[in-house]
Design a protein around this ligand. Structure first.
Ligand SMILES: NC(=O)C1=CN([C@@H]2O[C@H](COP(=O)(O)OP(=O)(O)OC[C@H]3O[C@@H](n4cnc5c(N)ncnc54)[C@H](OP(=O)(O)O)[C@@H]3O)[C@@H](O)[C@H]2O)C=CC1
Ligand SMILES: CC(C)(CO)C(=O)C(=O)O
Length: 302
């Protein structure tokens, strides 16, 4: 099976390196010549559990001659459309797996790829990019893969086996929409609040006032999920558990703000607000956090 991965950031480099190391044929599409040259020269270096390995990778900036069976998308949610357009330039019609966080990544994908070939994934590994060629794999998690249409493309079970053989703990999910929502709800509770306060995830647990805000974020967002017919179950204990297990983390949204990069707020709390508007449900706490994060990430704020 040929796999093409688009986006060699933190998560992409880890997945590509682990797959290549375990013998899967994987090609990687990046968008900068500079990164392509660096990976061709030095390979990708993965730091994990006080050990380091380096893996050579096939890397390109041009997609046109490739014929992958599966495309794995590991760009940020706001980069999906640009990446999806590139998929149309492939010679074939592969299965496309989004491993991105957030709601609605499949919408721009569906403009360019057939819906029955779009698969969604939920990834709970924790990876930080240290450079264009180096990542730190800080948290071992798992990858769930499924389809909103409940029918898995034939290549998916094979991909799940390859990801598992690569040490990435993958499995198929029959309820991927619920799984995506559960992760989104946790990210909605933790990410914007850590971004606004500049606290680590674990610090949120120390403050009653912040816990109350998180609880309100979750309650509002769970109502939206339920109104959409998504059964998410108990989310609050999950939020507390993730805060405890990732206590020393600076959330991805906080890191994005500090590095002056766009954040994924629109695919998280922003998506909740959008759905709430469509249904005329009030979500004041989510709305406030979206405004604060957007303001902080606008160029005018120092
Ligand atoms: N990091 C993690 O631990 C986890 C991340 N996720 C999710 O995975 C997604 C990716 O996250 P992460 O890896 O951290 O993000 P990064 O910003 O580190 O990586 C995104 C990469 O995509 C590249 N890219 C963007 N557009 C294109 C394009 N059109 N063609 C080729 N490459 C492109 C970027 O290139 P450039 O460098 O040139 O900007 C960048 O290298 C997000 O949705 C995130 O929420 C989910 C679970 C865990
Ligand atoms: C789970 C959590 C909150 C870990 O930091 C995360 O996914 C993120 O930072 O985006």
């Amino acid at each position: 099976m040929n796999v093409l991965l688009i986006g060699a950031g933190a998560l992409g480099k880890l997945i590509a390196a682990q797959l290549a190391r375990s013998g899967t044929k994987i090609q990687v599409l990046v968008r900068r010549e500079e990164q392509m040259k660096a990976i061709r020269e030095r390979g990708v270096c993965v730091n994990h559990n006080n050990t380091t390995y380096t893996q050579k990778l096939e890397v390109f900036t041009e997609i046109s001659d490739l014929t992958p069976d599966v495309v794995i998308l590991t760009v940020k949610s706001y980069q999906t459309e640009e990446a999806a357009k590139q998929i149309t330039r492939l010679c074939n019609s592969p299965t496309v797996l989004s491993l991105q966080n957030g709601l609605g990544n499949e919408i721009p994908l569906a403009k360019y790829c057939s819906k029955d070939r779009i698969m969604l994934g939920v990834c709970t590994h924790g990876v930080t990019a240290l450079s264009d060629t180096t990542v730190a794999w800080n948290g071992v998690g798992e990858i769930l893969i499924g389809s909103k249409r409940h029918t898995l493309a034939p290549s998916v079970e094979r991909l799940v086996r390859l990801l598992s053989a690569a040490g990435l703990h993958a499995r198929c999910s029959q309820h991927i929409e619920e799984d995506v929502w559960r992760k989104v709800l946790v990210n909605c509770a933790i990410n914007p609040l850590t971004a606004v306060t500049r606290l680590k995830n674990g610090d949120l647990l120390e403050r009653e006032d912040l816990l109350r805000i998180m609880r309100d974020v979750v309650d509002e967002a769970v109502r939206i999920a339920e109104a959409k017919g998504i059964k998410v179950g108990e989310i609050w204990p999950r939020v507390l558990d993730v805060c405890r297990k990732t206590a020393e983390n600076r959330s991805s949204m906080l890191q994005d703000l500090e590095a002056n990069r766009p954040t994924e707020i629109d695919a998280l709390n922003g998506a909740i607000v959008k759905l709430a508007e469509e249904m005329s449900y009030p979500v004041p706490v989510n709305r406030t956090l979206v405004s604060l994060v957007r303001t902080l990430s606008s160029k005018e704020v120092i």
